[in-house]
Write a protein of this length. Structure first.
Length: 561
């Protein structure tokens, strides 16, 4: 991989070549103005050329180019803002600026590595993986594979040894389900009950191949299940997938920048720190890039062909989907008025070109971290910490889209509603009712995989999306959850009581849209309530029954209780 200095030197050579070509174009524009000074669009084009010199000169070891570009940019900007025709003296100053910039570019400038320090690169710690297996050959194979992948394995043979090893919470656990002193399922169940136990990725290995074993694996909180003899490469792919989801990517940055030299520099700096970068050189494509790339942050230049960056930021802020999307202005405009206008449009910070790589990276990292925290607050229910109704539906919509691309994908929508919950609140009070809701949400989080989607759908109603499990398996899993919840005791002023829930399950089929899928799960839940509560009903079992069409009314939702 090329060094930082090599990358900057390559970009510097490209900057010089591109700048000389832009100088020729700027001189052509100036020649047009000398013939006819009334064309305001030509003045704007010339201003953009000076803007490019101002933004990138110092970055590549040409501080004189930046200074000359800034002066000429301010001069041409004032001309554009005033709306008056440039005088011959104005044209002379601009030509002198172009000639001075050319001299700077052709002079012997110091190498940029003397002025541009490499950005800080965060190297994550290797994943800590606990391997629990009495089979020596299996342990050795896993250790070799994990070390080859740059992970840090720890190995134990028994459940007792594993329980001691969990004093240091690992990033992942790979365990056989058959241990001499207990069950791997029980080990995973214990892990998930620990304060930090929801985080680790868990893979279970088994000689058994039945559906019941897969259901048991999901029920105890495992993320993946592999039969012995193990397809080791498939196991490593799955482990990587779950681990990387846990260790979130640095982020995606969309840079709206029409200057190719500045865009190249931003890409090198950001990608060196692990960010995925997309450059939007034409602001007419901004909306498309925003939707398809789904950035975690936008770097916005202000002076763009045909647009001002402020207008694009105002467009972002009109859409509630981007309410938490951070926007950093990256421009040569450093005046107070520019900062005021940028803040009024909805931007978060104003960085002045040329920006130091370290400042850029720290600003990007801080804004993305804050945005993710705010988004987590918006997407999570305050009481149960499950997904909100809106966030859950967004995940369900994604599942429908995935089904259309992969017809073999299996997805179940489980609708859960507490039975007689109004009576719980009336008899024991709302604080006790809240504790019942929290108990159910904790059970769902503990017993389901990280890849499963769990939401508080509303009031005492919950919803779950379970992937890659057939209907029979989903029914078995939810039935076990129902039995476990019904056995739990809830405290209320010195006494205890039990609560139950009803559930409806609908499998996603290719012909369904989101509303069809939701309605099928809802009808199944309604049938479970009508049949006596505290039970699970699959939508497929309702085939041929006369159920009222369309989404349930508010009255029907009340009758569920």
């Amino acid at each position: 991989m090329p060094s930082w200095d090599d990358l900057i030197e390559e970009l510097r050579a490209e900057f010089i070549r591109g700048s000389l070509a832009r100088l020729d174009e700027a001189e052509r524009l100036l020649g047009l103005l000398e013939k006819d000074a009334s064309d305001g669009e030509v003045v704007r084009d010339l201003m953009r050329r000076f803007h490019a010199f101002a933004g990138s000169g110092s970055t590549y070891g040409f501080p004189g180019v930046t200074r000359l570009g800034e002066e000429a940019e301010r001069d041409t900007f004032a001309q554009v803002r005033s709306g008056t025709l440039p005088a011959p003296a104005d044209l002379q100053r601009w030509r002198a600026a172009l000639e001075a910039i050319r001299r700077e570019l052709l002079s012997e400038a110091p190498a940029p590595s003397a002025t541009v320090a490499p950005p800080p690169r965060v190297i994550p710690e290797p994943f800590d993986i606990l391997v629990v297996d009495e089979d020596g050959d299996g342990r050795r194979t896993l250790v070799r594979l994990l070390e080859d992948e740059g992970m840090s394995p720890r190995t134990v043979r028994t459940k007792a040894e594993a329980l001691c090893a969990l004093a240091k919470t690992p990033d992942g656990v790979i365990t056989d389900i058959r241990l001499s002193d207990g069950s791997g399922y029980a080990l995973v169940d214990h892990l998930r009950s620990l304060p930090q136990g929801e985080g680790p990725a868990v893979v279970v290995l088994s000689m058994h191949t039945g559906l019941l074993d897969r259901v048991e694996a999901i029920h105890c909180g495992a993320d993946a299940y592999f039969e012995k003899p193990v397809d080791w490469q498939a196991l490593m792919r799955r482990l990587h997938h779950v681990l990387e989801r846990r260790r979130a990517e640095s982020g995606r940055v969309l840079s709206v920048e029409d200057d190719p030299d500045q865009a190249s520099f931003l890409r090198v700096v950001l990608e060196s720190a692990g960010y995925e970068v997309r450059i939007c050189a034409d602001p007419r494509h901004f909306e498309t890039d925003l939707v398809s790339f789904r950035p975690d942050l936008v770097l916005m230049d202000i002076i763009l062909p045909g647009f001002k960056g402020y207008d694009l930021v105002r467009y972002i802020r009109q859409d509630e989907r981007y309410a938490t999307l951070p926007v950093l202005y990256l421009t040569t405009e450093g005046q107070i008025q520019a900062r005021i206008e940028g803040t009024r449009a909805g931007g978060d910070e104003h960085l002045v070109k040329p920006v130091a790589p370290s400042l850029l990276l720290w600003a990007v990292a801080a804004r993305i971290e804050r945005s993710r925290f705010l988004k987590s607050l918006l997407d999570r229910d305050g009481l149960t910490r499950l997904l909100t109704h809106t966030a859950f539906l967004e995940r369900a919509r994604t599942a429908v889209a995935h089904k259309r691309r992969n017809l073999h994908r299996s997805s179940a929508w489980v609708m859960i509603d507490l039975d007689d919950f109004k009576a719980v609140n009336d008899q024991h009070g709302h604080p006790v009712g809240d504790r019942v809701l929290v108990s159910l949400s904790a059970l769902l989080r503990r017993r389901l995989r990280q890849s499963d989607t769990i939401g508080r759908y509303g009031g005492e109603e919950f919803a779950v999306l379970i992937e890659d499990l057939p209907e029979e398996g989903a029914v078995r899993l939810v039935t076990r959850l129902l039995a476990e919840f019904a056995a739990m005791q809830h405290a209320a002023e010195g006494s205890t009581f039990r609560a139950t829930f009803s559930a409806g399950i609908a499998m996603l089929v290719a012909a369904m849209d989101l509303d069809d899928w939701r309605r099928a799960a809802d009808e199944a839940l309604y049938a479970a309530k009508a049949a006596g509560r505290n039970r699970v009903v699959a939508a497929s079992a309702l085939a041929g029954q006369s159920l009222s069409p369309g989404p349930p009314s508010t009255d029907r939702r009340r009758r569920r209780a």
